[in-house]
Write a protein that binds this ligand. Structure first.
Ligand code: B1M
Length: 215
């Protein structure tokens, strides 16, 4: 457990090399990749968010922490993807327009790929029209949207509305997630599901594809 706390502490300091190294050490010591992710990397990033919120640290510190987060994720990612699984379906994912936060969205993508999904990742700052066009182009039954800013959450409703306007809402289901969101918000905007984290996103998307109904 000590090493997971040290990973979190080094991530808070933005020490990417140490985070990468210690992530490797934790895995070599037998910790499960998911535990290293949740109790080391994500735990450290949550502290960074809180310190940023209360102005104890500033944007450059958060950028360094994000770089350190990716150093750890790079080590964990191949292990989360390792299992060979049949293709479970397709999903278009992205962070909504105006929002540059992509760490959580990328984690959701990794979990989906690990569960056998073909993932069409549109990146961040994705306009509503691009989500819908990508789902049509790739024949994907699910659009997964991430938002980390309260100011960008309303973009999700635009995607849901656009699917309705185009008569696609039965064929293409939507799932939303991100730190400021809730299941209530998902319901309010008419999204089909809410994902709390990467694991729940996979479960919800599987249920959406199985039923093409509300998950
Ligand atoms: Co910014 N930022 N940031 N930031 N940043 C937050 C979100 C904030 C809460 C910090 C704070 O004040 N405490 C705050 C938002 C406040 C608000 O909206 N009310 C904030 C702000 C204000 C800003 C700027 C406006 C700062 C500024 O410029 N003055 C700016 C905005 C830029 C923009 O987007 N236009 C900004 C910039 C940045 C950085 C670029 C420096 C960097 C992002 C780097 C990157 O992503 N490549 C950054 C970071 C790192 C954060 C915090 C500290 C951490 C976010 C993160 O990566 N968490 C964040 C504080 C926080 O969230 N506590 C903060 C780790 C990640 C694994 O968690 O993304 O929540 P998360 O994803 C989770 C779940 O939410 C879920 O699964 C993931 C795994 O468990 N999930 C889904 C996510 N998407 C999902 C989709 C699903 C299902 C589940 O289905 C499709």
């Amino acid at each position: 457990m000590e090493i997971l706390k040290r990973i979190a502490a080094e991530l808070e300091r933005g020490h990417d090399q140490q985070v990468g190294q210690m992530t490797r050490e934790a895995l070599a010591a037998g910790f499960a990749p998911k535990q290293v992710l949740d109790e080391g990397l994500i735990a450290g990033m949550n502290v960074v968010g809180e310190k940023f919120r209360v102005h104890e640290i500033f944007l450059p510190d958060v950028l360094l922490a994000a770089r350190a987060m990716y150093a750890g994720m790079d080590v964990v990612k191949p292990l989360l993807l390792k299992e060979e699984v049949p293709v479970a379906g397709k999903a278009v994912i992205g962070t909504v327009q105006g929002d540059l936060h992509d760490i959580g969205k990328n984690l959701v993508g990794i979990m989906l790929k690990g569960a056998g999904f073909e993932v069409i990742d549109l990146g961040n700052d994705v306009a509503p029209e691009r989500f819908v066009a990508a789902a049509e182009e790739h024949g994907a039954p699910v659009i997964g949207m991430s938002a980390l800013l309260t100011t960008t959450m309303p973009v999700m409703k635009k995607v849901v509305d656009l699917l309705r306007q185009k008569g696609l809402s039965e064929r293409v289901k939507t799932i939303v997630g991100g730190a400021p969101l809730s299941a209530d918000f998902a319901r309010e905007i008419g999204a089909d599901a809410y994902g709390y984290d990467g694991v729940s996103a996979v479960d919800r998307i599987k249920a959406l594809i199985a039923t093409r109904g509300v998950a």
